[in-house]
Ligand binder design. Structure first.
Ligand SMILES: C[S@@+](CC[C@H](N)C(=O)[O-])C[C@H]1O[C@@H](n2cnc3c(N)ncnc32)[C@H](O)[C@@H]1O
Length: 223
């Protein structure tokens, strides 16, 4: 892919996502619920998000029960629903009622019937028990009390389940976008959340680094 195109796309979309990353119930960010704007924003996201490769790499398989925590309007949810198939199920959690309503509409329009939305609480995603894999994309930095939140997630997991965190990576972002502000450098530094996830009772299995502005952290629950 032309590196200049990638750079520009990553820059524009990343910026929009960072703005959109503020919890959506704040009225000044209400624009992110316009489905057309959302589609426009996500049109080129595949170039840097590589969603199908992510889903394959983290081991999502047919028949699994997967939770997309901080699902937003469902960029990953719909792809996960395809990957787990009719025997599997996807729980799409968020604290943003409007985003979940938009996702429900998309599921209804596309005939997707293996997705259940869950309007969570800020400190508890309210997942049911028996989840095989939890995916959190660009969300962990928004949690008010990440340790408590991740502990609630842990309560819902099968013994061999995985927690997968796809997160902006400060080093890669600087390489693509130029210097970050000091605040963003800290917010998106790996060290900022690695210790937090460890404190919540998870062990890091591996880090996948193939994405251009994010990294993928694959955890299992401590036994
Ligand atoms: C930047 S968006 C990412 C959305 C989606 N994962 C994606 O990759 O397109 C972050 C999402 O996290 C949600 N969020 C923030 N705090 C949350 C919490 N405590 N529990 C669940 N979702 C939360 C926001 O409402 C928002 O939809």
């Amino acid at each position: 892919m032309n590196r200049g195109v990638l750079r520009l796309t990553v820059f524009c979309t990343t910026l929009l996502f960072l703005i959109g990353a503020v919890p959506a119930q704040e009225p000044e960010h209400g624009h992110q619920h316009d489905p057309e704007q959302q589609e426009e924003r996500d049109r080129d996201r595949w170039m840097w998000q590589l969603p199908e490769t992510v889903i394959r790499t983290i081991g999502v398989e047919e028949g699994m029960v997967v939770a997309d925590v901080g699902a937003g309007y469902g960029y990953f949810t719909l792809r996960l629903a395809r990957a787990v198939g009719r025997e599997g199920h996807v729980y799409a959690n968020d604290i943003d009622h409007d985003a979940l309503a938009q996702l429900e509409n998309r599921c209804a329009n596309d005939g997707v019937n293996n997705v259940t939305t869950i309007l969570g609480e800020s400190s508890d995603p309210l997942l049911p028990p028996g989840v095989d894999l939890v995916l959190m994309v660009n969300t962990i930095h928004l949690l008010e009390d990440p340790v408590a939140f991740l502990q609630r997630i842990s309560d819902s997991l099968q013994p061999q389940a995985r927690l997968v965190i796809v997160q902006w990576d400060a080093e890669k972002m600087s390489a693509e976008l130029g210097d970050l502000s000091p605040g963003d450098k800290i917010l998106f530094a790996r060290e900022t959340f690695l210790a937090t996830v460890g404190d919540a009772g998870f062990t890091l299995d591996r880090i996948e680094t193939f994405l251009p502005v994010q990294s993928i952290f694959i955890y299992r629950r401590n036994s």
